[in-house]
Design a protein around this ligand. Structure first.
Ligand code: PEP
Length: 245
């Protein structure tokens, strides 16, 4: 049982079936079965194509909407296929995930991530800033070094850091069903807290309705970023309910 104010963020990625109006309606249906609480912040990060629709549907609720990435440009430029933070904000996004390991793996550097964070903050979005080590980095015991570097470079000269939420997502845990040992996770989150001060720190990586019973006991976690298990509206809500029961 926790009494803390916690974040629950659904990362819908490009999962099959989640790009439709139907998937948004299912979320609305389940949210209605859920008792609102001042202790909970729920954020859905759907594909960009659904941000507008979702934020309109959520208008009378406390649920907010975020994007999964953005371009680093603060102005409107001729770049085919790109979407900048102002455009996301104009359709109702309040948050944006930046630095997700899937995007780091496809070539996003710390420098680019830093530009994206600055652009998003500048236009007034809150940033869900992802960091995490790979399995080989963990085996080499360089997790702390990697996290320090990602924080230092990714948040370099970022203003209004209170608008940054950190999501610690060990890469080896994303989508694998494997989560870190509780003691290990507690220590890593404490390490990150020491580096960033007052920012909220979330955990992400294979969170599901079963392992939430173990994860919710880790005292320094401020919430969860949830990928696979957010695909089903009921599963995501179950995770939230189990955190507070
Ligand atoms: C993620 O990719 O942000 C994530 C947490 O995924 P999953 O829950 O599927 O591991």
């Amino acid at each position: 049982m926790t009494n803390k104010y916690m974040y629950f963020i659904a990362n819908w990625k490009m999962f099959g079936g989640l790009g439709t109006l139907n998937s948004v309606n299912k979320v609305i249906k389940f949210l209605k079965t859920f008792k609102k609480s001042k202790k909970i912040k729920i954020i859905y990060c759907p594909p960009n194509t659904l941000i507008n629709l979702m934020s309109e549907k959520f208008i009378k609720t406390s649920v907010e909407v975020g994007a999964q990435n953005c371009h680093e440009s603060m102005s409107y430029v001729p770049l085919t296929g790109s979407v900048n933070p102002s455009m996301l904000k104009s359709v109702g996004a309040k948050y944006v995930i930046i630095g997700h390991s899937e995007n780091r793996q496809s070539g996003e550097t710390d420098k680019l991530i830093n530009l994206k964070v600055k652009a998003a903050i500048k236009v007034g979005l809150k940033v869900i800033f992802c960091i995490g080590e790979t399995l080989s980095q963990k085996r080499k015991k360089i997790t702390k070094k990697i996290l320090s570097k990602q924080i230092k470079l990714g948040l370099n000269k970022v203003q209004r850091t209170k608008n940054v939420i950190i999501a610690y997502e060990p890469v080896w845990s994303i989508g694998t069903g494997v989560i870190p040992k509780s003691r290990e996770l507690l220590k890593t989150i404490d390490f990150i807290k020491d580096k960033v001060g007052n920012n909220k720190i979330l955990y992400g990586g294979s969170v599901n309705p079963k392992n939430i019973l173990e994860l919710k006991l880790i005292r320094n976690i401020d919430g969860f970023l949830i990928g696979g298990a957010s695909q089903e509206a009921k599963k995501f809500i179950d995770i939230i309910k189990k955190t507070y029961n």
